[in-house]
Structure formats: structure tokens, C-alpha cells
Design a protein around this ligand. Structure first.
Ligand SMILES: Nc1ncnc2c1ncn2[C@@H]1O[C@H](COP(=O)(O)OP(=O)(O)OP(=O)(O)O)[C@@H](O)[C@H]1O
Ligand SMILES: Nc1nc2c(c(=O)[nH]1)N[C@H]1C(S)=C(S)[C@@H](COP(=O)(O)O)O[C@H]1N2
Length: 173
């Protein structure tokens, strides 16, 4: 079965936060992402808040991609340089192919807002037919990053699932 131009893609939001996982901080970033991606037409089928533990992050990403077949996984948190920040390492360990342009675009736009954007080490990549994107943890930073690439995502998801419409044709998928 091929991918259709009107495909509704599934999406999982994974929040990495020690405080959040202990119930010590409300996950306003995850809530914002659920709303934003839901409004953008994604079917939000998974949402979890887990601590910054690399093996747990990897296991969750693998399960969401391989067992549940989720099309798009967006992570928030754990991209910085604190000793506990391991989201990029976990993501790198589970992807087959990196998509550097996504992180490049987000950091370039973020640097227009704050020089502190240099501290996000987030990456993006593909595992089988799942696209995984790392965002920083604060609600402001997560929004400022996802809004940069959101308009591009449907095209990439379509292509990574084997869609064959021409890239140059506007709204062809
Ligand atoms: N899920 C979240 N929802 C809302 N705000 C968040 C969330 N995660 C992080 N933040 C905010 O972004 C800031 C930077 O995030 P960072 O992950 O470095 O915080 P932290 O307190 O060290 O992490 P942790 O939540 O893992 O204990 C936090 O101090 C907090 O203000
Ligand atoms: N657009 C944008 N990017 C941003 C920020 C921000 O406020 N806006 N904050 C930065 C800061 S202060 C940090 S420490 C890093 C990493 O955040 P994380 O550890 O919560 O993932 O994201 C950076 N990226």
C-alpha cells in the first residue's frame, strides 16, 4: 500500500525531563506540541514524559518507531550540555540516517532569537519510516524550533515513505 497525498500522519510527543517525570514540573512544552501538531493535522497517538535516561529514551524511540509504526516522533528536552542531557546521543543511536538540514534550520532561526541557541545539540533523523526530531525543553524554545520546520515536514514524510510526486510541484502532496 502506497502513501497518499492526503495521508494523515501519526505523531508521538516524547518529553525528556527528570522534574517532569517526577511530577515536579508541569509539562507545558509537551502540551503545547500536542496542540500545535494536532492543529497542523497530525494524529497524536503517543505521549509520554520520561526521565533523562539514555537507555529508556532509546527503548521508547525504538518501540514507537518499530512496534507502533509512528510516522513522526518529536522529542522535547535534554538537548543541552547538562550532564543529564542525553537526548541527541539516544537519538543518534537509533536512527539509520541523519537529516542535518532540520537541525541546521532550527538553530539558524533560533540564533535570530537568542544566542543561547548555540547550546541545543538537538539532531533529526530517520529510523525505517519514522522521522525523529529533537527540540529543546522550554515551551518557548520548543515552539520557536518546531515552527521553523513544521511547514516542511509533510513533504519529507511523504518522500521517506516512498511517495513519488515531483518535489518541485507546489501542493502536489
Ligand atoms: N517539559 C517542560 N515543560 C515546561 N518547561 C520545561 C520543560 N522542560 C524544561 N523546561 C524549562 O526549560 C528549562 C531548561 O530545561 P532543562 O531540561 O535544562 O531543565 P532542568 O530543570 O535541568 O531539567 P529536568 O526537567 O530534566 O530536571 C527548565 O529550567 C524549565 O524552565
Ligand atoms: N529558539 C530557541 N532555541 C533555544 C532556546 C530558546 O530560548 N529559543 N534556549 C536554548 C537554551 S538556553 C538551551 S540550554 C538549549 C537546550 O535546552 P534543553 O536542555 O532544555 O533541551 O536550547 C537552546 N535553544
Amino acid at each position: 500500500m502506497g502513501v497518499s497525498k492526503d495521508q494523515i500522519y501519526t505523531c508521538g510527543i516524547l518529553t525528556l525531563s527528570d522534574k517532569g517525570s517526577r511530577g515536579e514540573r508541569e509539562d507545558t512544552s509537551g502540551a503545547m506540541l500536542r496542540e500545535m501538531l494536532g492543529e497542523a493535522g497530525y494524529d497524536i497517538v503517543a505521549y509520554e514524559v520520561i526521565p533523562d535516561r539514555q537507555e529508556l529514551i532509546e527503548a521508547t524511540l525504538v518501540s514507537w518507531a518499530d512496534t507502533r509504526g509512528i510516522d513522526l516522533i518529536v522529542t522535547t528536552g535534554g538537548t543541552g550540555v547538562s550532564p543529564s542531557d542525553v537526548t541527541p546521543e539516544a537519538t543518534r543511536n537509533v536512527i539509520d540516517r541523519e537529516v542535518p538540514g532540520i537541525a541546521e534550520a532550527m538553530r539558524r532561526a533560533s540564533l535570530e532569537k537568542t544566542v543561547q541557541a548555540v547550546w541545543s545539540r538537538g539532531i533529526a533523523g530517520i529510523r525505517n519510516e519514522t522521522l525523529i526530531i529533537n527540540l529543546p525543553g522550554s515551551k518557548k524554545a520548543a515552539r520557536e524550533n518546531i515552527e521553523v520546520v513544521l511547514p516542511a515536514l509533510r513533504h519529507g514524510l511523504y518522500k521517506l515513505k516512498g511517495g513519488s510526486a515531483d518535489c518541485g510541484v507546489p501542493d502536489s502532496h
